[in-house]
Write a protein that binds this ligand. Structure first.
Ligand SMILES: Cc1cc2nc3c(=O)[nH]c(=O)nc-3n(C[C@H](O)[C@H](O)[C@H](O)COP(=O)(O)OP(=O)(O)OC[C@H]3O[C@@H](n4cnc5c(N)ncnc54)[C@H](O)[C@@H]3O)c2cc1C
Length: 522
């Protein structure tokens, strides 16, 4: 009998790693999988601004109110209440006390709580302006210390279910259960069958299906698409948050310019050097993300500009030197010839965060038995129609613990004889075609442009219908192409990207009302 893991966790971001650490320490046989060669290549690693944490001057009720306001009251109030009450303390218990992260401090040596848009209190802890990489580095170091098994360069292809993959035809008539995954070893091109009593999807976001994104290229919606194919419920997919300010530079991939710059005073200027946010919101630069992103988009359309400016140099309110407080942004911009202590930064809005996802409850359970989801791929309803800044790292942490506890309390093994009936991966033909990477790149580019133009920051009914028709056309071609191709990571991602894009467009068409980051102009 092949090895059966207690739990397989897909994803090495904050959600997957934290959950796997909790599980490993609870005595489970757990493996974590990442499709990238380096476990740190994920959205979590790129987080800059910080993470909401407990501040004695704060109140869970205020955080609850702020999350609901940002989410346009479309949120699941139970999820918001649970995170507001338990999450901020967990940053201390888990990240600071257990993992050993030393967040930035002020001149008096106290933790430096920073302010961000739409937060009524200073409650964000940060590590200079590269919080995510410090968190992921430390989580990986801790994982190594406790002997957590991490398989990198392994791309999960599909969830294994009893209904779809058992040789015992009686399984078709049973309730659907997840029993593992088929996974491609990127290095040798072989597909392995990994069996597990529980599977946890923590595969992150979908930004890479849009033309401009702050996300890494691995954010192709794999987990969402896999769960959809297996039959899990997906909700709120129309709510895609666009970050108002990514660096616009010919030679640097869209790089996020954190909103904490605006929290520390930076002003948005049009190309005439004039402030304009007052015309779009009384909160000006500190208005919620979607409002700022649309304002920039409209100001760009109105003036025909392909980027606008963010001026920190002339408006900075902080006490620390800019080079230290925003070291990563400073160095990245400087590498492109822009000195942010002296001149404004060219910016464009970019796809940033997915508020929808695989439907989960407070314990991370999906609609499929034995399948959990958490982090950006999941949707508990926490964010409603729009996300409050710096909530998502905390979301990953909170659900990591809840999922681990739920598994601990309810763990049951799947019967051996049932697992023995799961089929090996079938390669349809012996001589599968190797496709030119240029063709795959071209198809992905078409998806990205379609989503940017027709399902982006400002949507119209006509545009969404056009997107649906175009995606439908490409979908047939890509799925056929996938079936004929020799599998590699790019082809798997391409199939997931077209399925993810189609889910988003379908749900956007279905929800005819503008709300939060789903904005329809008719
Ligand atoms: C530039 C940037 C800045 C941000 N700043 C902040 C911030 O300051 N504060 C905040 O709270 N949030 C911030 N966010 C959002 C936050 O970083 C993410 O929402 C969060 O980190 C998501 O974590 P995750 O663990 O769910 O996913 P990720 O960190 O994206 O991890 C996903 C993992 O899944 C793996 N994976 C995906 N598909 C497969 C597959 N098919 N097979 C195997 N492995 C797979 C990936 O390789 C990766 O390891 C920021 C996001 C970006 C992009």
């Amino acid at each position: 009998m092949q090895k059966v893991y207690d739990v397989l966790v897909i994803g090495t971001g904050i959600a997957g790693l934290s959950c796997a650490i909790y599980l490993k320490e609870a005595g489970f046989d757990v493996a974590v999988i990442s499709k990238t060669a380096e476990a740190c290549e994920c959205n979590s690693f790129l987080a800059q601004g910080g993470i909401i944490a407990w501040n004695p001057e704060d109140d869970p009720k205020l955080l609850y109110k702020d999350i609901l306001e940002a989410g346009c009251y479309y949120n699941n109030t139970a999820a918001v209440k649970m995170l507001s009450e338990t999450g901020p303390k967990q940053v201390f218990d888990f990240l600071i006390d257990k993992i050993g992260i030393k967040f930035s401090t002020n001149d008096s040596g106290e933790l430096d709580y920073t302010e961000e848009a739409a937060h009524s209190k200073r409650r964000i802890l940060h590590y200079e302006d590269h919080t995510g990489d410090e968190i992921i580095r430390q989580l990986l170091a801790y994982a190594e210390k406790i002997g957590l098994k991490i398989l990198t360069s392994h791309t999960s292809i599909d969830l294994i279910t009893n209904n779809h993959h058992s040789a015992d035809k009686q399984e078709i008539y049973k309730k659907r259960e997840v029993m593992g995954i088929y996974v491609l070893n990127n290095l040798d091109g072989c597909v392995e069958k990994l069996l597990a009593h529980k599977v946890v999807l923590a595969t992150g976001g979908i930004g890479e299906i849009f033309q401009h994104t702050t996300n890494p290229s691995s954010a192709t919606g794999d987990g969402l698409s896999m769960a959809h194919r297996a039959g899990a419920d997906i909700i709120n997919a129309e709510f895609v948050q666009f970050h108002p300010t990514a660096l616009f530079h010919r030679d640097i991939k869209r790089f996020l310019i954190s909103e904490s710059l605006r929290g520390e005073g930076a002003k948005l200027l049009n190309r005439d050097g004039k402030e304009f946010m007052g015309r779009y919101s009384h909160l000006k630069e500190l208005a919620p993300r979607d409002v700022v992103a649309r304002a920039i988009y409209e100001e760009m359309s109105r003036t025909g500009a392909d980027f606008l400016l963010l001026d920190l140099a002339n408006y900075y309110k902080g006490s620390e030197p800019i080079e230290k407080r925003f070291s990563k942004i400073y160095n990245t911009c400087l590498s492109g010839g822009i000195d942010i202590t002296k001149e404004p930064i060219p910016i464009v809005p970019s796809a940033h965060f997915f508020c929808g996802g695989i439907k989960i409850d407070l314990n991370g359970r999906t609609s499929l038995k034995n399948l959990y989801a958490l982090g950006e791929v999941s949707c508990s309803g926490l964010h409603g129609a729009n996300r409050l800044a710096s909530t998502s790292l905390l979301e990953g942490l909170v659900w990591a613990k809840n999922v681990a506890e739920d598994i601990k309390e309810n763990f049951q093994e799947i019967r051996k004889s049932r697992l023995e009936n799961i089929a090996d991966w079938e390669t349809p033909k012996s001589n599968m075609e190797e496709f030119d990477p240029l063709i795959i790149g071209q198809d992905l580019q078409v998806i990205k442009l379609t989503m940017w133009n027709y399902a982006g920051i400002i949507r119209t009914n006509k545009g969404l219908e056009r997107a649906k028709a175009d995606l439908n056309y490409y979908s047939h071609r890509i799925i056929k192409f996938y079936k004929e191709a020799k599998l590699n990571r790019s082809i798997i991602e391409l199939r997931n990207a077209i399925i993810t894009a189609s889910i988003i467009v379908d749900q956007a068409i279905h929800n005819t009302k503008s709300l939060g980051c789903h904005y329809i102009k008719n």
